[in-house]
Ligand binder design. Structure first.
Ligand SMILES: [Zn+2]
Length: 290
């Protein structure tokens, strides 16, 4: 159970954790209980499709960090989820190769994985301390936001591999790492979204201004659980599900927050960066993630 809570604790930040108990019909059972690592089949296909999405994003943005994340995932190995973890061959334990846990609907039989399979806010997750990423077999995300999600979790995985001590990070250290991850994600959104997205962020900042409150000289920002704005459909293309809309909302919210602080905070750059992490942490606490 400890492991289970660790997963939930690190679930990708999103506006709200909504659990939908209705699963899509399982459409295959070929790896059901097979005690070996699969080389082919549906889990490999999920990995390949996810990586292909990221490859397109790297081509579009030419982002060097995303390119490194892509290489890391291309070299990753698919492992099979089990009741209390996953099956990985012994040689993989310390070799630095990232493990890619691909979840398919039948994995919902395990309570450990049920929560992630039914989480309506994200497509990918990572496990600090295990150099592992979880991908769901899902048609809920368009190619672009599938890539953004994998890139985000890949960033975390790479960071935690370099800084294993971060497993025991304080709340604010955790928020700082999340801030850096979002700063990177914001760069990608800005390249892909171009001028229309910048205009959208400006309009969001205007919407926010009357909603921001100040208490003991500390600002409190609007909630990440805002109503999805259909303008985002024009900018990034149609979202494929409510789950993707939730995901987009959390990312655009973080981008608006950082833009606002960069433009309006009167402190030094270091103080602005601190304010961003504190605002993220406040939001995480509100949704019970920290
Ligand atoms: Zn994150």
């Amino acid at each position: 159970m400890k492991f289970f809570y660790k997963i939930l604790g690190i679930v990708l930040f999103a506006g709200a954790l909504l659990f939908d108990p209705v699963l899509t019909q399982a459409n295959e059972t070929i790896f059901y209980g097979v005690p070996t690592i699969s080389k082919t089949g549906i889990r490999e296909a999920v990995k390949e499709e996810a990586i292909a999405s990221l490859r397109v994003l790297v081509q579009r943005t030419r982002n060097k960090d995303s390119e490194q994340i892509l290489r890391m995932l291309e070299n990753g190995t698919v492992v099979i989820p089990t009741k209390d973890g996953w099956k990985a061959p012994a040689f993989q334990k310390e070799d630095g190769i990232i493990k890619i846990v691909v979840l398919i609907p039948t994995d919902a039989q395990y309570p450990l994985w049920y929560a992630l399979l039914t989480d309506q806010t994200a497509f990918a997750y990572f496990f600090p301390g295990h150099h592992a990423i979880v991908l769901k077999q899902s048609s809920d995300f368009c190619q672009l936001f599938r890539a953004i999600a994998i890139d985000h979790e890949g960033w975390h995985a790479r960071y935690f591999q370099k800084h294993p001590e971060s497993k025991n990070a304080s709340d604010i250290q955790f928020a700082m790492e999340e801030r850096d991850t979002h700063e990177h994600g914001n760069e990608l959104l800005s390249v892909v979204g171009g001028a229309p997205y910048q205009a959208f962020l400006e309009s969001e900042i205007k919407r926010w201004e009357p909603l921001i409150t100040t208490e003991n000289s500390k600002q409190h920002f609007p909630s990440p659980t805002w109503n999805y704005n259909n303008e985002l459909e024009k900018i990034f293309g149609p979202a494929k599900s409510q789950a993707e809309k939730n995901f987009r909302k959390s990312f655009v919210w973080a981008d608006t927050l950082f833009h606002y602080i960069d433009a309006h905070h009167r402190g030094t750059q270091a103080e602005k960066e601190q304010a961003k992490a504190e605002a993220l942490l406040e939001a995480y606490k509100k949704i019970g993630m920290r």
